[in-house]
Design a protein around this ligand. Structure first.
Ligand SMILES: Cc1ncc(COP(=O)(O)O)c(C=O)c1O
Length: 448
């Protein structure tokens, strides 16, 4: 008997979900057997070979997104924000595509350097950089450090034995009204120095008085998942205004303006996504206008996309463990992963879609909630997802747009090891990061 025969109320009609190209990697298709393929590899085969849950990463999609940025911003420096997803292979791909790297800890720096990235093209971020990490960064010859506090200036000047290039992080007081956890452009928060006030001038002045520190520019990051372009135009205007003020008050003409990242991607069909062509136009136009207005020479622009480079390249595979219909309530499809591999739903209320990957279901569909296996009622991976009514335990679900802030935010909560990352390209798959095993969990636990 099918679920539909047992619960006729599930019959809510609707369309069979299609593979929307705005949320799947560009190279996603159905094969002759009706299975979903990415990079010419059947996702069901990956689930069989590497187990589940597994993060699949399409190399061609990551490289393609890097190329899109290079094409749209030919004169800008594109600095990949490694916090979105950093493995040695990813660092290699983005540097081969001509991007620089942004890291925010000694751990990320180590991954970047072990992929043979040029230290001069690495930028170090963070509102709290421990002394040891600053020391490591300086010793490695990191190209630029983004200064976020007065204490850091003291530490850097004590550490640097040759001129160290730095930028100053400024909050431009632009509220993009996103989730509170990612509103980084407003004034009263932990990052940066508020624009237009004494704090920016004092920090810049202190840096300028250190013979071994070279202040090259200003930095801002106005938030994340920003789908509109006008906040970036506003950021350019305000930041050029600030650079001009520093020139007037301190006599320094800064040559770099880093506008951070935050460009939105669509997680579900119909979500807004950043239009790079429009962004390029508004940044260029605002820069021209602001530089004319302030009589300021055009600085070199840098952008720091993270999510927009890797999110759509990632697809997470789960196996269905059970299907439960709560009478008068929801239908719960429980899978073998959850908030340990994707904490974004619990953290930000993020919304995802999912489809069956091992066959192309054409019959009746039902609306379900996809639940994780963790011991938390809030461990839900997706709401209002359309799945076939004849879905069975053991089938493979694929959740698109899961390449950014999934592996990097993952935990081993409930003693469930983190999933592997499996790269696909030209019909072949290979493991970039292996699955975290029970031995891995035990080996950090020293006992008594
Ligand atoms: C300083 C900085 N740059 C870039 C990024 C990347 O943001 P996104 O992945 O939204 O592009 C972040 C994200 O937190 C950030 O803090």
């Amino acid at each position: 008997m099918t679920l539909l025969e047992i619960f006729p109320s599930l019959r809510d009609g609707g369309m069979v979900p299609r593979l929307d190209p705005t949320i799947w990697p560009r190279d996603t298709h159905y094969d002759g057997e009706g299975r979903i393929t990415v990079g010419n590899v059947a996702l069901a085969d990956i689930a069989d070979q590497y187990g589940t849950p597994t993060y699949v990463l399409d190399e061609g999609e990551v490289r393609g997104r890097c190329q899109d940025y290079r094409k749209r911003f030919p004169d800008a420096e594109i600095i990949y924000a490694g916090k979105a997803l950093l493995t040695r292979a990813v660092a290699e791909w983005v540097t081969e595509e001509g991007l620089s790297l942004d890291v925010c800890s000694a751990g990320e720096l180590a991954v970047a350097l072990s992929s043979w990235a040029d230290p001069a093209r690495i930028m170090l971020h963070g509102n709290g950089k421990p002394f040891g990490e600053l020391e490591t960064a300086i010793n490695c010859g990191v190209g630029r450090i983004v200064v976020d506090s007065l204490t850091e200036i003291t530490l850097l000047s004590a550490l640097a034995s040759r001129p160290q290039r730095v930028l100053l992080r400024v909050t431009p007081d632009i509220d993009v009204h996103g989730h509170p956890a990612v509103r980084t452009g407003v004034t009263d928060q932990k990052f940066g120095f508020p624009i237009g006030g004494d704090a920016v001038r004092e920090a810049a002045d202190r840096i300028l008085r250190q013979p071994n520190l070279q202040l090259v520019g200003l930095h801002c990051h106005i938030g994340s998942q920003i789908g509109e372009t006008f906040p970036y135009g506003e950021a350019v205007r305000r930041m050029i205004g600030e650079m001009s003020r520093l020139r007037d008050e301190l006599g320094v003409e800064l040559t770099e303006l880093d506008l951070g990242g935050g460009h939105a991607v669509a997680y579900r069909s119909g979500d807004p996504a950043m239009d790079l062509a429009e962004l390029s136009d508004i940044v260029g136009d605002s820069l021209d206008a602001a530089c004319i207005r302030y009589g300021f020479p055009q600085p070199k622009i840098a952008l720091e996309p993270g999510r927009a480079i890797v999110a759509r390249a990632g697809v997470t595979l789960y196996r269905v463990l059970s299907i439960k219909h709560v009478e008068g309530g929801h239908t719960y499809v429980t899978v073998d992963g959850g908030m340990s591999d994707n904490p974004r739903v619990a953290l930000y209320g993020a919304r995802y879609d999912a489809v069956v990957a091992n066959r192309h279901p054409t019959g009746e569909h039902m609306t379900v909630t996809i639940a994780g296996r963790h011991c938390e009622a809030g461990d839900i991976l997706a709401h209002d997802v359309r799945l076939p009514v004849d879905l069975r335990p053991g089938e493979v679900l694929a959740m698109p747009c899961t390449g950014a802030y999934h592996h990097s935010l993952a935990s081993s909560y409930n003693g469930i090891g983190r999933p592997p990352i499996v790269a696909v390209r030209d019909g072949r798959s290979r493991e970039l990061v292996r699955r975290e095993t029970i031995d891995d969990l035990l080996c950090r636990d020293i006992g008594h």
